[in-house]
Design a protein around this ligand. Sequence first.
Ligand code: AMP
Ligand code: MG
Length: 413
Amino acid sequence: MKKVEDALKIVMEGTVLMPAEKIAITEACGRIISEDICSTIFHPPSDNSAMDGFAVRWDDVHSASKDNPVELKVLEDVHAGDITGVSLEKGEATSIMTGAPIPEGADTIIRIEDTNRSRGKTIVIYAAGKKGKDIRLKGENIKVGDKVYEAGQFIGPAEVGMLALMGKPFVSVYRKPTVAILVTGDEIRDLDEPFDENKITNSNGYALAAQVEEAGGVPVRLAIARDSKGDLRTKLSEALKSDIVVSSGGVSMGYHDYVKEVLQDLGVEIKFWRVDMRPGHPVAFGRKAEKPVFGLPGNPVSTMVSFEQFARPLIRAMAGHTSPYRPVVEAIVTEDVSSKPGRKHFLRGILSYEDGHYNVCSAGAQGSGILLSMSRSNCLIVIPDEGGQFKAGAKVKVQLLGPEKAGRKAHGY
Ligand code: AMP
Ligand code: MG
């Protein structure tokens, strides 16, 4: 029997990163960069204007004010995208658009709001501000040679933008691990079989596939394995062709729970097969060489919660995430909760943010087959191994399961 923390350590300590692949940046959001990226450009490529206005010489305008306006000759009117080739001499200005390079001789931008253009070829300036104002300097964002990203960098929308800005249509990332999903059980009926009230409809195969996708893996769903050593051997051999194997059911103490035994026959070294947690007590984990294999319990909530605790962090770590774990926050329970000592208890909860702190309540009945309360939850309340009573108002730790899922009726600003 393993404590959750010790079991997780065993799962994570053999992590082998997936090999790299090159993909289009349009496909890269959510992936992890697999190599250091240095800039080969300056951005901005040259000093340019941060405003629509007039490029001027500071010496000409520094004394300008409402009572003492300065009048300059306008050499040229430029439009967005045009580049002026002029060079400013004393008393001269040129109009300029945001992002356009600063012309020769100019060192300051005057915003349109501080000017009056009523007299055609001249411009009257009422305020000068500071020398160099509203000029974006060459390379102030990035310079040639800057190490912009290191391997392990998460790619979000801003990183996609930065890669585009650096002129890179492709990026090297860690490949997504393929995850074989094998559900087991003589009593399980799949969705393409006729309804039978004596059978259990396969929900685990679908929930697990969705969990794998959400974690950043590629689910490979296999046909249901029956509770015979022969069928399990055939299907688990097939499953072992993927980068990771996740099975559901057949790992507890029942007469036909052969998953652990068949995995061992197939050369999987079992590292643990029971964990001090609820739901999800019978959880097997092993490796065949470096390949991780999870034998998760069959009850739908136990399957999902044990996947969350062990398989999700490993999938993410193999896909290159340097922070593979769900965030944990402190919250105030709004109703009494209690748990018997001996096992870490993950209660399905609903977390909300109110008046500067998190509140959490139960998401409903907590039986390991009550998938509806899993569906209504957006977090797991973590009751420590010692168990105990937590009265309404007490502080508890809460593991977030995707903060957008529930409990956010207002924007919360
Ligand atoms: P087991 O761990 O094999 O003893 O399974 C425990 C219970 O989980 C079974 O009695 C089923 O009610 C349920 N179960 C097992 N596999 C699935 C599945 N694929 N989908 C939904 N429920 C399942
Ligand atoms: Mg079973």
